[in-house]
Design a protein around this ligand. Structure first.
Ligand SMILES: Nc1ncnc2c1ncn2[C@@H]1O[C@H](COP(=O)(O)OP(=O)(O)OP(=O)(O)O)[C@@H](O)[C@H]1O
Ligand SMILES: [Mg+2]
Length: 221
C-alpha cells in the first residue's frame, strides 16, 4: 500500500552503548518496511565499519537484476560532521540513522543526532550485560528530553531471564511491545542486500511488521 509523503522528514536514530545488539539489522528492516510502504527513505550510516552502507550497495546490485525489490538507499556519514550529514535528509519522508556502538566516545554527536531525531530506538539483547548498559542509557536519553524506545532483540519468551530483563528495562523507560526473537537465518538475505521482509513467506517477518507498525505510529508517517 503506497503512502503519500506528508512533506516533513521524520528521523529515527538507532543507538546503543552495546555492540552487536542488532542496530544494523533493525535499521535495514525498517528501511525496507518504509520503502515497501511507499515512503522515500534514506539510511545514514555513521559507523565506520559501514555495515548498513555495504548492505545497501549489495541491494542496489541485486536490484539491477530484480528491480521489484524496493529501493532502500544508504549514505555513509561521519560523526565528526553530523550536522552536515543531517542536510542529506532533504526531500525524504523517513531517514534512519545507524551508529557505531562506542556512543560514550561520541556523546556530543550522538546528542546532536538525538535532538534532531523524532525517535531514538535502542535495540537490546536480553542478557544481563546488555541490560546493565542499556537501562542507564535509556534513562539518560529521557533525562535529555528525547523520546526513546527499547527494542528487545534475540528474545526467547520461554526463558525466565527474558521476563527479568524486560522488567528491568520497563522500569527504565519505554519498551516496544513486540520483540525480535532469536532468528538463526536473519543474516542470510543480507548477503544479497535483502531482508526477511523481502520474502513474503519468511519465517520471522511478523515481529518486524509489528515493530514497523509501532514505529510509524510513533513518528507519524
Ligand atoms: N534476532 C536475531 N537473531 C539472530 N541473530 C541476530 C539477531 N539480531 C542480530 N543478529 C546477529 O547479530 C550480529 C550483530 O547484529 P548487528 O550487526 O545488527 O548489530 P549491531 O548492533 O549493528 O552491531 P555493531 O555494534 O557492531 O554495529 C549479526 O551477526 C546479526 O546477524
Ligand atoms: Mg551495526
Amino acid at each position: 500500500m503506497a503512502t503519500k509523503s506528508r512533506g516533513k522528514v521524520r528521523t529515527i536514530l538507532i543507538s546503543s552503548p552495546k555492540g552487536g545488539s542488532g542496530k544494523s539489522v533493525l535499521a535495514r528492516h525498517l528501511l525496507v518496511s518504509a520503502a515497501q510502504s511507499g515512503l522515500k527513505t534514506l539510511g545514514l550510516d555513521f559507523d565506520r565499519q559501514q555495515t548498513l552502507a555495504k548492505w545497501a550497495a549489495r541491494r542496489e546490485k541485486t536490484r539491477e537484476a530484480f528491480p521489484d525489490f524496493a529501493s532502500a538507499p544508504v549514505q555513509p556519514a561521519s560523526l565528526q560532521d553530523w550536522r552536515g550529514a543531517l542536510t542529506m535528509r532533504e526531500g525524504r519522508d523517513l531517514v534512519i540513522m545507524d551508529t557505531p556502538p562506542s556512543v560514550e566516545d561520541h556523546l556530543p554527536a550522538i546528542d546532536g543526532l538525538g535532538l534532531a531525531a523524532d525517535l531514538v530506538l535502542v535495540p537490546s539483547v536480553c542478557t544481563q550485560d546488555d541490560v546493565e548498559a542499556v537501562a542507564p542509557w535509556i534513562r539518560a536519553l529521557s533525562e535529555k528530553g528525547l523520546r526513546a524506545t527499547v527494542i528487545l532483540n534475540r528474545a526467547n519468551r520461554r526463558t525466565s531471564s527474558f521476563g527479568r530483563m524486560r522488567g528491568t528495562l520497563i522500569k527504565a523507560g519505554q519498551v516496544c511491545p513486540t520483540e525480535i526473537p532469536q532468528l538463526e537465518d536473519i543474516h542470510v538475505p543480507s548477503v544479497k542486500g535483502l531482508t526477511l521482509l523481502d520474502y513474503s513467506k519468511s519465517r520471522g517477518i511478523a515481529p518486524f511488521e509489528e515493530i514497523w507498525a509501532y514505529v510509524r505510529r510513533e513518528v507519524g508517517v
